[in-house]
Structure formats: structure tokens, C-alpha cells
Design a protein around this ligand. Structure first.
Ligand code: SF4
Length: 370
């Protein structure tokens, strides 16, 4: 089974107040440290013996990389790892007018852009502290289409203070006009300890209205031919994100760079987040793993169930057994029986899934697998 390769680019031009991903301000010295560390880490990780068919360059803001730099990063990885990506995604921040990079990124092998649009409503963008206007994001997406990126994935944020149904409409109309083949719709959440938590305290979100807005977006996307395939993700048939499917299907993935996580066989680990500590770790030991956990059968089974049930397709007993070596349906027979009796999961033979109308309360359902 081929694995997925995730590379964390830990720099942003500015920090968004709601963001919990690890990033620091971009600097030429920092970028050099990252490049050198990445090559060392990739060389050492070759010992895992994995073959990769997807590469996901996330962050941070990897769209700060000029085409030549991006090509050098990909080439450096290919020299050290068995990497032949059928899908190469780069996360893009639409600010900064990087339309001039588009053709070069394509030439460097990028097949898919994941654009963190968040909204096409200027009021929502301002509340989120994003540093671009809706028109700029729209211009970037159109230019990406013109440059031949037919795999265009857009991220939207729902549940922003002051969000109205009209603001959601103002986002959906241009979004559908762009004809993306993949859209992720996230609720604004997990804000503890972040500057945006203060904004939420002053301007609390009406959760019922946010759920209605999510349903409005989901309905419009389904009608436009992008059915939901995961709790937060919508795509045309065959255009689902192959890399992210590996996470949900519990297939192996390797993460390189500060704060990146990996799951290989029975082991799971996360890299140290601070770039200096990560760079020092890979310089002296070839890796900078903060922790490595050896997963027992029950944990493997639970994680495979919990990730797999995020997918509309659900999980299949034999596939889980093949991927984990553990019989999740037997280990969690009691929980599965209870949840299906309560109508929170559905089961047909050896297939288990979450009914579509329960996806919005998935956290409560999945937390029952302890
Ligand atoms: S640009 Fe993206 S990764 Fe960087 S701070 Fe903003 S949300 Fe986080």
C-alpha cells in the first residue's frame, strides 16, 4: 500500500488570530534552516521503506515558495525518498497577488491547489483578520483556472461572528461560478488560548444560525454536483483529496517538518514544533520526534473506526482488519450495537456508516468509542 507524504512549511507572512497551526514569520534564514532540515529528515526517513504516491505541502503558507524553490523542495524529496506523486497539493493563501507563480508551480509538478479562501464576503474576511479582499481572492482563483489548474480546492469558514445568510450567499455565488471540484467547509472552533477567543467572547456566535449556514452551503454544493464525502468535505465524484483519504482510511502517512505528524504501522509520532528545536534534532539525530507511541490493538481499532466513520462511505470490517491487524468490529461490538440501536450509526453486514443527518453531531457519536 502506498503512503502519503505531508510536508509542513512553517512560515506565514502574518499570523491569523484564529489559527492553531504552527507557523512563524517568514525569513530568508529560517527558510534556509527549513530546507536543510527537510533534506536531512527525508534522508533519514528513507529507512522507513515507504513508497509515496501523494505529496501534500501544507503549513503555514507554502504558497510563499517561488516556483524555483518549490521545484527544488520537491526534487530534494524525490532524491531521498521513493516519491512519485499522482497528486501534489499545495496550500495557498490567496493574498499577495501570487498569480505570477501559477504557471511555474504547474511546471514544478503541482497538480492541485488548496486555496484558503475562507469567504468571499469582505465583512467576514475583516472579522477573521485576513489580509486580502474578496475580489483579490476571486482574481487569484480565476487565474488558477486560467493557468490550467483543474483540481482547485477551496476552504470556507462557517460560524464567524456577525455572519449572516446574505454573507454566506455572497460567498457561495462566486464560489459556484468558479466551478471548483473540491470544497472544505469548516466551523470556526478550537480557539482556546488564541487571540480570536477574545473576539468570540465579545461577539458570540449563534450556533443554530451557524448550523443553518453550514446546511445552506452543503445543500448548494450538493446541488452543484459536489456531494459531501467527509464530515467537512465536498467533491465531484473522483475528485476527492487522495492524500486526505489516506488519513481517514487509516493508511500510512509520513509527516516531515516542524509539528508534522506521522502514522506508520503501529507507530504514531509528532515532530517538535519549534523550528530551531526541530532543525537541531534532524541535524544531530536525523529526526525530531517529540513522542513515538506504539499503538495496541484496541487503540488501532478505535482510531481506524473513528477516522473511517468521518467518511460518508463509512468503514468495512475486512479493510479495517487488513490495515490494523485488529478486528475493530469485535473489539467494539458493544459500542457498535448500542450506537446502531440508537440510530446514530447504520450497519449492513460488515459495513458501518454514520447516517447523513447525524454527521453534524459526529463528535458526540465518535467520542463513544473509548
Ligand atoms: S495564513 Fe493560514 S497557516 Fe498562516 S496563520 Fe493564517 S490561517 Fe494559519
Amino acid at each position: 500500500m502506498k503512503a502519503g507524504l505531508y510536508v509542513h512549511f512553517p512560515f506565514c507572512a502574518a499570523k491569523c488570530p484564529y489559527c492553531h497551526f504552527y507557523s512563524v514569520p517568514w525569513s530568508a534564514g529560517g527558510a534556509r534552516l527549513w530546507r536543510e532540515g527537510l533534506e536531512r529528515e527525508a534522508a533519514a526517513a528513507a529507512a522507513e521503506g515507504l513508497r509515496f504516491d501523494t505529496l501534500y505541502l501544507g503549513g503555514g503558507t507554502p504558497s510563499l515558495l517561488e516556483p524555483g524553490e518549490l521545484a527544488a523542495v520537491v526534487g530534494g524529496l524525490q532524491e531521498r525518498l521513493d516519491l512519485d506523486p499522482v497528486e501534489l497539493t499545495v496550500e495557498v493563501n490567496p493574498s499577495g497577488g501570487r498569480t505570477g507563480f501559477l504557471q511555474g508551480w504547474r511546471d514544478a509538478g503541482v497538480t492541485r491547489l488548496s486555496v484558503g479562501v475562507q469567504s468571499f464576503d469582505d465583512g467576514v474576511l475583516k472579522t477573521l483578520g485576513r489580509d486580502y479582499a474578496a475580489a483579490e481572492a476571486l482574481r487569484f482563483c480565476r487565474a488558477a483556472r486560467e493557468a490550467g489548474f483543474d483540481a482547485l480546492a477551496l476552504d470556507l469558514m462557517i460560524g464567524v461572528p456577525g455572519e449572516t445568510p446574505l454573507a454566506v450567499e455572497r460567498t457561495l455565488a462566486p464560489l459556484l461560478e468558479l466551478d471548483p471540484d473540491h470544497v472544505s467547509v469548516y466551523f470556526l472552533e478550537s480557539l482556546e488560548g488564541l487571540p480570536f477567543a477574545e473576539v468570540l467572547e465579545r461577539r458570540p456566535v449563534d450556533e443554530d444560525a451557524a448550523v443553518d449556514n453550514f446546511a445552506r452551503a452543503a445543500g448548494a454544493l450538493a446541488e452543484a454536483g459536489l456531494p459531501r464525502y467527509e464530515i467537512s468535505n465536498f467533491a465531484r465524484r473522483g475528485k476527492e483529496c487522495r492524500h486526505n483519504l489516506k488519513y481517514w482510511r487509516y493508511e500510512p502517512f509520513l509527516g516531515l517538518g516542524p509539528s508534522a505528524s506521522s502514522h506508520v504501522g503501529r507507530r504514531r509520532w509528532t515532530n517538535r514544533p519549534a523550528i530551531e528545536e526541530w532543525a537541531e534534532g534532524v541535524r544531530t539525530q536525523g529526526s525530531a520526534r517529540a513522542d513515538t507511541v506504539e499503538l495496541d490493538d484496541r487503540t488501532l481499532a478505535r482510531e481506524a473506526l473513528v477516522f473511517g466513520l468521518r467518511l460518508v462511505e463509512g468503514v468495512d470490517r475486512a479493510s479495517l482488519l487488513e490495515r490494523t491487524g485488529a478486528d475493530a468490529f469485535a473489539l467494539y461490538a458493544g459500542e457498535i450495537e448500542e450506537l446502531t440501536a440508537e440510530g446514530l450509526l447504520a450497519r449492513a453486514g460488515d459495513r458501518l456508516w454514520m447516517p447523513p443527518d447525524k454527521l453534524l453531531v459526529s463528535n458526540a457519536i465518535l467520542s463513544r468509542f473509548l
